[in-house]
Design a protein around this ligand. Structure first.
Ligand SMILES: Nc1ncnc2c1ncn2[C@@H]1O[C@H](COP(=O)(O)OP(=O)(O)O)[C@@H](O)[C@H]1O
Ligand SMILES: [Mg+2]
Length: 275
């Protein structure tokens, strides 16, 4: 049923965000004066070449990195305040989840994948082991992941499988907004497609907002309703996916589109059919 709100509404409002890794006044900012709102109803893609500031931006939006300028509000409350209390941190971390590209360093090699996925349900939702295990099973089922795979260790599965479990680990708490940072960039095209489909159907079924960050326009266009194009720390173009793909306004977007147009017919069809 479209329009039915199954979970609580959540919103991240970034205002005039800036981040400089240099001392003030020296060097170029990684992110410069970006304002953007994402909600539990969004499916936003952030696209731009490597080094354009995408990770810096989303890491500030989910409280992993402190901005040099501007502010981030979660459901109307300024983030430093929200994160200053244990309760506020728990609430924020259970509602807003971030998944990064590198799955090798983000899993403890001594824990099974099941243990890794279960942990946030225990820590952030306060579930006991039995309830958390049931939640893990429910999450794996909703992502069509083989539960027997969960008994393996992170190094015993492929990169694609590990990435699926890192997404499961984020979704086990039923976040309202999921931020995915280059989650498919290191994977084969066929595996990318499977993971994109998994993400897309999960977010639609659960009314979960998605911020999908990628240096590739095809994957982004496949999954996002709206696209923000970043270059050198600023937004050069934003609009609906159809507008950005079909009527790009910025020459840089045109450049990114060349890769998209370069897709073979089969891939183009798959992308179009899924939109
Ligand atoms: N921790 C850091 N220290 C210094 N410079 C950084 C750091 N993180 C990112 N940068 C710089 O900020 C710019 C944007 O990086 P990033 O946000 O990672 O871009 P993207 O995710 O689009 O590839 C780059 O020039 C990068 O070198
Ligand atoms: Mg990045």
């Amino acid at each position: 049923m479209s329009g039915t709100v199954r979970g609580a509404y959540a919103e991240i409002d970034a205002r005039h965000l800036g981040k400089s890794f240099h001392r003030r006044g020296s060097g170029k900012a990684a992110v410069n004066d970006i304002s953007m709102k994402v909600t539990s109803a969004s499916a936003i893609g952030i696209v731009g070449e490597s080094g354009s500031g995408k990770s810096t931006l989303v890491r500030m939006m989910c409280g992993l990195l402190e901005p040099t300028d501007g502010s981030v509000a979660y459901n109307g409350a300024a983030l430093p305040g929200v994160l200053s209390t244990r309760g506020g941190r728990r609430e924020f971390r259970s509602r807003i989840q971030y998944v990064a590209q590198d799955t090798t360093s983000s899993f403890d090699p001594r824990r099974t994948l099941r243990d890794a996925v279960r942990l946030p349900a225990q820590r952030l939702l306060g579930m006991d082991a039995t309830a958390a295990n049931a939640r893990v099973d429910e999450t794996l089922a909703s992502l069509e992941l083989d539960p027997s795979m969960a008994d393996r260790y992170p190094t015993e599965v492929s990169g694609g499988q590990r990435q699926r479990f890192s997404i499961a680990r984020a979704l086990v708490v039923k976040p309202r907004i999921l931020l995915c940072d280059e989650v498919v960039s290191a994977l084969d095209v066929s595996v990318q497609g499977a993971i994109l489909n998994m993400l897309k159907s999960y977010c639609a079924a659960e009314d979960c907002g998605l911020v999908f960050v990628s240096h590739g326009l095809p994957a982004t266009a496949f999954i996002a309703d709206d696209i923000v194009v970043m270059r050198s720390g600023v937004i050069v173009e934003q609009g609906t996916t159809d507008d950005v793909v079909e009527r790009p306004q910025d020459p840089y977007t045109e450049q990114l589109l060349e890769a998209y147009r370069g897709l073979d017919e089969v891939e183009q069809l798959a992308v179009a059919a899924a939109r």
